[in-house]
Write a protein that binds this ligand. Structure first.
Ligand SMILES: C[S@@+](CC[C@H](N)C(=O)[O-])C[C@H]1O[C@@H](n2cnc3c(N)ncnc32)[C@H](O)[C@@H]1O
Length: 300
């Protein structure tokens, strides 16, 4: 099973890039060798690339061990994961019993089934752990959540068959990327304003210092002739970090939830930063943004 099926993200993930994937696709380099995604999360762009036939050799990674184990379990033990999910009832008591288990005392398929079930039935699909690292999201109010999407899980397993899946901090990509490769970074975003509750300043422990370390990794990769694409929020802190001749900063429309409840949605702009020239359409938009309002594009 899974041959000819189209894989889609199997988890709801904060900061998921579903709304931005078409823009990201337009910002890809014309040619690259291996693909690396060091903040893979729910993998919206990875699965988009796979569906577009652009993934051949790839490494996906993230610092979240439970998430990475779930990818590995789906790749290597998909039937066991599906069998477990199929046996789980949609029930509040069951949810809290499963939540109370220590995922690292479970085997790989059990750990993955627990993660998928809690993610799909928990409140708003949040992944949140307390200081002890225990998942602490309450039971959600869904009528009939789709936590055992057999077809998609088989399709995902198929898509991951030849993919390297690693639990590691983002900077280790420097050890793996080769000249001609493409690295796509989608870090936890900095807040839109100091009072914004869209994400905390240290979302996933990711501070402005970490954003600077990420920029430095991009500079190092540029020296090694590796293609780099970064998505981030359109805030002055991030613009300032990438303002140098080696990066092109493009502002694109995004349609994402802007508060943690996902209730208010609005058109925001986000940044896509690359270290290689963009194809003509994206180039033209950047020139349009820079041009004075009255000047026709042709004269810029
Ligand atoms: C914005 S989310 C990525 C969303 C993803 N693009 C998607 O479509 O779902 C950021 C991810 O970075 C991971 N992360 C946070 N700090 C990290 C670090 N230092 N190194 C690697 N991954 C990290 C988080 O676990 C999270 O999955």
């Amino acid at each position: 099973m899974g041959e000819n099926l189209v894989p889609r993200p199997f988890l709801k993930w904060a900061g998921g890039k579903t709304q931005l994937v078409d823009e990201l696709l337009q910002h890809m380099p014309a040619y690259f060798i291996n693909y690396h995604e060091p903040f893979v999360g729910g993998g919206a762009f990875f699965f988009k690339l796979y569906r577009a036939g652009k993934i051949h050799h790839a490494t996906i990674s993230d610092i979240n061990a439970e998430l990475i184990d779930t990818y590995i379990a789906i790749r290597d033990h998909v039937s066991d994961v599906i069998r477990l999910l199929g046996s789980f009832p949609h029930d509040k008591d069951f949810y809290y019993r499963l939540r109370a288990q220590n995922p690292f005392e479970l085997d790989l398929p059990q750990r993955a089934a627990r993660m998928i079930y809690l993610n799909k039935t928990g409140y708003n699909g949040l992944y949140r752990v307390n200081r002890q690292g225990q998942f602490n999201v309450p039971f959600g109010r869904y009528k009939s959540p789709q936590y055992c999407d057999k077809e998609n899980l088989y399709a995902v397993s198929q898509a991951l068959r030849h993919i390297k899946i690693i639990c590691a901090p983002f900077e280790t990509v420097l050890e793996r990327a080769q000249p001609g490769d493409l690295v796509y970074f989608d870090p936890p975003y900095v807040p839109l304003s100091p009072t914004s509750n869209f994400t905390s300043y240290h979302a996933n422990g990711f501070s402005v210092e970490d954003q600077k370390r990420l920029r430095d990794v991009c500079i190092e990769l540029t020296k090694q002739n590796v293609n780099v694409m970064v998505s981030n929020s359109n805030v002055s802190t991030i613009r300032a970090l990438y303002t140098s001749s080696q990066f092109i900063i493009d502002e694109v429309q995004a349609n994402r939830a802007i508060n943690c409840n996902g209730e208010r949605r609005g058109k925001l702009t986000e940044l896509i930063i690359t270290n290689y020239p963009l194809e003509e359409r994206a180039q033209r938009r950047i020139l349009d943004q820079r041009a004075p309002l009255t000047a026709p594009y042709a004269s810029v």
